[in-house]
Design a protein around this ligand. Structure first.
Ligand SMILES: [Zn+2]
Length: 678
């Protein structure tokens, strides 16, 4: 059959021939690729000579390359340019892929070969990257229970099934609780709300047959504006209590039992696999190696953030007192007065800033930053096939003109694209002594499309988003590893946001903004005092914000570092929150019962990584601040960090760049919470 997905891509740079690929090509191609992948696995098992690095570890790394390529193209399209047919197809794709992956990872003959190689190879004779691949391959079997006796493997599968069911249940309860709350108000009760929020609330009420009223719900687009702008203090309290008591009312949607079961099963699962706790299991493949390291990290931040938060809240209370005679600032006052104080202090808004951030100028700005740092250039190409006419394609070249990567940029929303912004790739980077396969990287965003007479003008947040995703893209573009599975963004989960977040720092620097932030009509540069205000407003009440994140991170660790030390969900939670409380606790509310990140999504024993990544980028950026925003040596060293991908443990790679371990205080310095060094 003539299926372009199964052929070598006969296109410039071997890019994906989007124009030839039809939706009906995907499924037959995937099935064929899976057959070939399984045959490659079989060949590894059938090998009669002793298992070694090349015939087992490297052969396994290369097995199923075609499966990965087809899956990558398919899921990238499903996110960026989907259709009903593609969505239907996804239902066949996902089970086929997980079955294939199980056939590989649960294959006992394959594991026997991997084990033989792992035990037989003198790792000290391998280079660092190959050592990492050996270790990672072996561990992936171990972490899936390849070591266990048959009945234990059975138990593991049963636990996994139960856990999948329970997280689903957890999420459904939170959703049901969110959806069933309705607060119908009249016009005088929603005083303070901006027009867009009023209009939305009126629409919602009308849809429910209550024309003339305003419906406030627990959905973020309704709840957040209400807590930020509504003047009615008693209603803010009512809404906060409703929000905080989701799935904690002892009825059929209550999540307390669900939580107890989830943490017990996660603990049992970790113990089966030989780990002390679920957190130990998770963190053994993270830059923060174990629960103790995470605990110390969080404590260090808390030491500074706690007093800072207290004084910020005292300031805010004084402000509320002077403004409205509020004698005691409560939780439900926080968002409201914070917003007002912020407006008073900074007086910058998106409408004033947007004319300085015309999309094409911002893109050129990002390219200019990359060129100044790494000497690389982006050249638009017209001969590369794309999946939608809005996509722009570039060839990225080194300073000496040699080819580095292909870069796809896809910026505007359309029906078939999901929300948000992300970076992905159509071909990964890898090399052998004979060949160097360069990567094909893409970033996808949802910025406002230019109109007939007006260009696309970005908000400052969108500028940050563009630089963030561009940072991920550079991680991919500059990758220089031997093995695809360790190359580019294939790094530990708490390290992957460093390359992206660090790029956002340049957006607050006058020297960098002067490269591109010019008024699209008058061409004048963004005024210096606005840059200062941008910086200051970004860290407004940072002490409080930090404490909030720390309390969630600590709650997460408390649930996963062993079996719970208290009987009830409320007691367990209170034992974490009490020592760091900034407001009196409220018995009606409970965070754990709607903490979807850790009980539904993939953040269990991982919530700390938000702050962890911020510390890394603040600490790394300090070196640029010290030596110069575009200092050649520092940029050279950072490029090495990017090029290394996941070839070694991230703390080793980081220390090589920075000369020391990351310093949590760098984040507090950037936030203006401390000034001293050391
Ligand atoms: Zn990111």
């Amino acid at each position: 059959m003539h299926n372009p997905l199964l052929r070598e891509f006969d296109t410039p740079f071997g890019t994906v021939p989007f124009e030839e690929i039809k939706t009906e090509h995907f499924l037959p191609a995937l099935k064929e690729a899976i057959q070939r992948g399984l045959a490659e696995i079989q060949a590894i098992c059938d090998e009669t000579s002793p298992a070694d690095f090349d015939n087992t570890i490297f052969a396994l790394e290369e097995a199923g390359v075609l499966v990965s390529r087809i899956a990558e193209i398919f899921f990238n399209l499903n996110s960026a340019e989907t259709s009903e047919e593609i969505q239907m197809l996804a239902r066949d794709f996902s089970p086929l892929l997980s079955e294939y992956r199980n056939d590989v990872i649960l294959n006992p003959r394959l594991f026997a070969r991997v084990k033989e190689a792992y035990e037989g190879i003198d790792a000290s004779k391998l280079d660092k990257e190959s050592q990492m691949l050996l270790e990672k391959t072996y561990k992936s079997f171990q972490r899936n229970g390849a070591f266990l006796a048959e009945d234990e493997q059975k138990r593991l599968r049963a636990i996994d099934q139960q856990l999948a069911q329970l997280s689903l249940q957890f999420g459904e309860n939170v959703l049901a609780e969110t959806n069933r709350y309705e607060l119908f108000l009249n016009e005088s009760q929603i005083e303070g709300l901006p027009d867009y929020a009023k209009e939305a609330a009126a629409e919602e009420a009308k849809a429910k047959g209550e024309e003339g009223k305003f419906l406030i719900s627990l959905q973020a687009p309704s709840y957040i504006p209400f807590m930020t702008y509504a003047k009615d203090r008693a209603l803010r309290k009512e809404l906060l209590l409703a929000y905080g008591s989701k799935a904690f009312k002892g009825d059929e949607y209550d999540n307390q039992q669900t939580i107890q079961q989830i943490v017990k099963l996660r603990h049992e699962r970790a113990a089966l696999l030989g780990y002390k706790s679920h957190a130990d299991y998770i963190l053994s493949e993270r830059m923060a190696r174990n629960p103790e390291e995470v605990g110390q990290f969080l404590d260090k931040l808390e030491e500074i953030a706690f007093p800072a938060a207290k004084s910020e809240l005292a300031d805010l209370e004084a402000y509320a007192q002077q403004k409205d005679g509020i004698s005691k600032l409560e939780r439900w006052d926080l968002g409201f007065y914070q917003e007002q104080l912020k407006q008073e202090r900074f007086q910058i808004d998106d409408n004033k800033l947007k004319p300085y951030f015309e999309l094409n100028q911002v893109i050129s700005g990002a390219f200019a930053v990359a060129e100044k740092l790494y000497g690389i250039q982006f050249e638009e190409r017209s001969d590369i096939q794309k999946y939608h006419e809005d996509v722009t394609t570039y060839e990225v070249k080194n300073g000496d003109g040699s080819h580095l990567a292909i870069f796809y940029a896809d910026f505007f929303p359309r029906a078939g694209k999901r929300n948000g912004a992300w970076m992905t790739s159509y071909r990964s980077q890898k090399k052998t002594s004979q060949s160097d396969q360069r990567p094909h990287i893409s970033i996808v965003c949802n910025f406002t499309k230019p109109g007939k007479s007006s260009p696309s003008l970005l908000t400052f947040n969108e500028v940050l988003t563009l630089f963030h995703e561009f940072g991920h893209a550079l991680h991919g573009i500059l990758a220089d590893g031997h093995y695809a599975s360790l190359s580019g963004t294939n790094v530990y989960w708490d390290f992957v946001e460093l390359p992206s977040q660090i790029m956002e720092n340049w957006c607050y620097q006058k020297e960098c903004l002067d490269l591109f932030a010019k008024h699209y009509q008058s061409e004048e540069s963004l005024p210096a005092e606005w840059v200062e205000k941008l910086k200051a407003s970004a860290t407004f009440m940072e002490g409080y914000a930090t404490m909030r994140q720390l309390s969630f991170a600590k709650l997460d660790m408390a649930w996963h570092s062993g079996l719970p030390s208290h009987d009830t969900v409320a007691e367990q939670e209170e034992s974490v929150f009490a020592p760091m409380a900034l407001f009196p606790s409220m018995v009606e509310t409970n965070m754990s019962c709607s903490f979807s990140h850790i009980f539904q999504g993939g953040y269990s024993a991982g919530y700390y990584s938000y702050k962890w990544a911020e510390v890394l980028d603040a600490d790394a950026f300090e070196l640029f601040l010290e030596r110069g925003l575009f200092d050649a040596d520092t940029a050279h060293d950072f490029r090495s960090l990017l090029a290394a991908g996941g070839s070694e443990h991230p703390s080793v790679i980081y220390k090589r760049f920075r000369g020391k371990d990351p310093d949590p205080k760098a984040l507090l310095r950037r936030a203006g919470l401390i000034t001293e060094h050391g």
